[in-house]
Design a protein around this ligand. Structure first.
Ligand code: GGG
Length: 334
């Protein structure tokens, strides 16, 4: 996942976009930890989201897009009601065509040893936002191209090869969406031929929703379209302790944007109780992308120890620490 042609350089310009609700709290927590590393991060904070729209009239100002494009990496918190105009648009502006969402048990005794990667196509599908009102209601167009389907399948197989995984599963609904999901499935098997050492199979998305609960250990790499990837990763979060546990990396040829899978969680925003693990793990994915993997592994190791120890964790993890207290405890061990 390394940024192309980029070697660790120990000084990085990071665009930080905390966004809405708990985004503010979890990003602050992740930055507390990054600040403890012997790496020089030059952070520039930028606005986006519901509050930004209220203040400035636009959810994603042009300055924020420019900053994100010109940074070494972007750390993003959460978007609320403006998600389509903020995070979905930012992914498009940065041409981050893959969204990696690792589903991994950090407390294996409690959740079983679940460990699979969702490789979500990030540029097409219903997420192109092509909707229109009609006299009867509304219509949304779903875009699937051969180019993007083959590109994401290639990424998934290459990811499996690079990480020693033995199986890639395509998820679609090709029996109903014969042309669009049918093309996604066909493209997947075309690329699969180039990887004879890696097993390939496919499931309908509805069946996958059940198999993830009945047979989660059967999955290694899932490659899927934009909407199914969004939904299945939240289901995956439910398998390993909740939405506070799953990070993500949006990767393109020139840019990387890192964000927790969860949204702004307005029900708990401002209370200081949001689990920062997903954002801390997203920061670890950012460290990997920047070529600083040794620090990514160190932070992950400490985070896992702290979660398993259970004494300095947020309420959802069984403790009574605040978001920031948990982050400071992790930082104190670095
Ligand atoms: N941190 C990610 C975030 O704000 N998620 C809210 C959301 O609705 N995201 C849509 C998506 O991931 O496609």
């Amino acid at each position: 996942m390394n940024k192309k042609n980029k070697k660790a350089k120990r000084m990085y310009n990071i665009a930080v976009i905390p966004g809405d609700g708990i985004g503010q709290e979890v990003v602050k927590a992740a930055v507390t930890i990054l600040d403890k590393l012997p790496i020089d991060f030059n952070y520039t904070y930028a606005k986006a989201g519901d509050e930004c729209k209220e203040e400035t009239g636009v959810p994603l100002p042009d300055e924020t897009i420019e900053l994100a494009k010109n940074s070494d990496a972007v750390l993003f918190g959460a978007a609320g009601e403006t998600a389509a105009d903020v995070i979905v648009r930012l992914r498009r502006e940065l041409n981050t065509f893959v969204n990696l969402r690792p589903v991994k048990s950090l407390q294996p005794d409690k959740y079983g040893n679940i460990d699979f990667m969702i490789v979500r196509e990030n540029t097409e599908d219903l997420y192109i936002g092509d909707e229109e009102e009609t006299p009867e209601g509304a219509i949304a167009r779903k875009k699937i191209t051969k180019f993007a389907s083959e590109r994401i399948a290639k990424y998934a197989f290459k990811y499996a090869e690079d990480t020693g995984r033995k199986k890639v599963t395509a998820v679609h609904k090709a029996n109903v969406l014969k042309l669009s999901d049918g093309l996604f499935k066909k493209s997947f098997y075309k690329i699969a031929e180039q990887y004879p050492d890696i097993e390939s199979n496919d499931f309908y998305v509805d069946a996958t929703a059940m198999y993830l609960i009945t047979n989660p250990l059967d999955f290694e790499v899932i490659v899927t379209t934009n909407l199914y990837g969004d939904i299945l990763s939240d289901e995956g979060a439910g398998l390993v302790g909740g939405l506070g546990m799953i990070p993500s990396a949006n990767i393109g040829d020139d840019n990387g944007l890192f964000e927790p899978v969860h949204g702004s969680a307005p029900d708990i925003a401002g209370q200081g109780i949001a689990n920062p693990a997903a954002t801390i793990l997203s920061a670890c994915m950012m460290l990997d992308y920047l070529g600083e993997s040794q620090y990514a592994r160190k932070v992950e190791e400490i985070l896992i120890d702290v979660i398993q120890e259970g004494s300095h964790v947020t309420p959802d993890l069984g403790g009574d620490s605040s978001t920031q207290e948990m982050a400071e405890y992790i930082a104190s061990k670095l």
